[in-house]
Design a protein around this ligand. Structure first.
Ligand code: NAD
Length: 281
């Protein structure tokens, strides 16, 4: 992982007085989004998995990871509410949204980041591997949007939903068809929610990152090997047009900040690639 990438120019945002609800916030991109919303003035509901996922090919975030994200959010001077939530479980999602509203007063931004990736050909895949991945990446995004969306409608002051798809949500990928199907689903969910929630002044968008340097990629490279990335590389072995194979979590976070800000108030239903040119090929 490339530590602490430095930008020469960055936009500034003001999320003061707002509350962001971030899923899969224990590490990787979710932690980056949570801390960045706090750095720009938001209080953050830091949510993460409450139990392991059997078919995952790498370890998922731990309770200590979640604690560390809370520590980093609080270090900015903002409030953090730590909640264990498996986004596949509607009862847990509903309870977490209820507690967040009770304790933080409201939710303004839903960051639908939680997800897993694993590598198996579709014709060899068992049902459990399909279900656990599709539920974590797609059903979870819907359940969170459902319950936070109900809060947005009841509150009547608009809202923002940003979800993480993937370049695999815009093109096919060999060896990970359940992931491609789930992430294509996130793109469709984003468009449908954008239509349904527009009258409530809620914008709904997604980002589609290329490979990002996070424990997900590290874990897959360890267990599956470099072949995992070959599925999305071209004949020259390269995935991206710009720079290296992996971008930094912060590159995705910048899109999350913009899409949640007033600057993007007339942007809805889009999936924004943050792909270092991968999809231009
Ligand atoms: N890393 C990449 O190359 C890459 C590229 C494109 C998209 N993505 C997507 O970005 C998002 C963030 O992934 P990351 O790269 O930070 O990986 P990561 O593994 O570091 O983080 C994912 C987080 O989601 C959590 N999670 C997984 N399933 C969950 C569930 N059912 N309920 C609650 N939490 C759950 C994990 O515990 C972990 O904290 C995911 O949706 C992933 O599919 C990743």
């Amino acid at each position: 992982m490339r530590p602490g990438i430095q930008y020469r120019s960055v936009p500034t945002y003001d999320f003061s007085g707002q509350v962001a609800f971030v899923t899969g916030a224990g590490r990787g991109q979710g932690r980056s989004h949570a801390v960045a919303y706090a750095e720009h003035g938001a209080d953050v509901v830091v949510t993460g998995l409450s139990r392991g996922i059997e078919t995952s090919q790498y370890p998922l975030a731990t309770a200590e990871d979640l604690d560390e994200t809370v520590r980093r959010v609080e270090a900015t001077g903002q409030r953090a509410l730590r909640l264990r939530v498996d986004v596949r479980d509607e009862a847990q999602v509903e309870a977490a949204v209820g507690r967040a509203v009770d304790e933080m007063g409201k939710i303004d931004i839903l960051a639908n980041n939680a997800g897993i990736w694993n590598v198996t050909d579709l014709v060899e895949m068992d049902e459990r591997r399909w279900d656990e991945l599709v539920d974590s990446n797609l059903k979870g995004a819907w359940l969170c949007a459902k319950h936070v969306g109900q809060h947005f409608i009841n509150r009547g002051e608009g809202g923002r939903i940003v979800s993480t798809a993937s370049t695999a949500g815009l093109v096919g990928s060999k060896g990970s068809g359940h992931y491609a199907a789930a992430k294509h689903g996130v793109v469709g969910l984003t468009k449908a929610l954008a239509l349904e929630l527009a009258e409530y002044d809620v914008t709904v968008n997604a980002v589609a990152p290329t490979g990002v340097a996070t424990p997900m990629i590290d874990g897959i490279l360890e267990t599956v090997g470099e072949g995992a990335l070959n599925a999305v590389s071209d004949a020259s072995g390269s995935m991206n047009v710009l720079d290296e194979q992996l971008i930094d979590p912060r590159d995705v976070t910048e899109a999350y900040l913009w899409l949640a800000s007033d600057a993007a108030r007339y942007v809805t239903g889009v999936t924004l690639p943050v792909d270092a040119g991968m999809l231009a090929k």
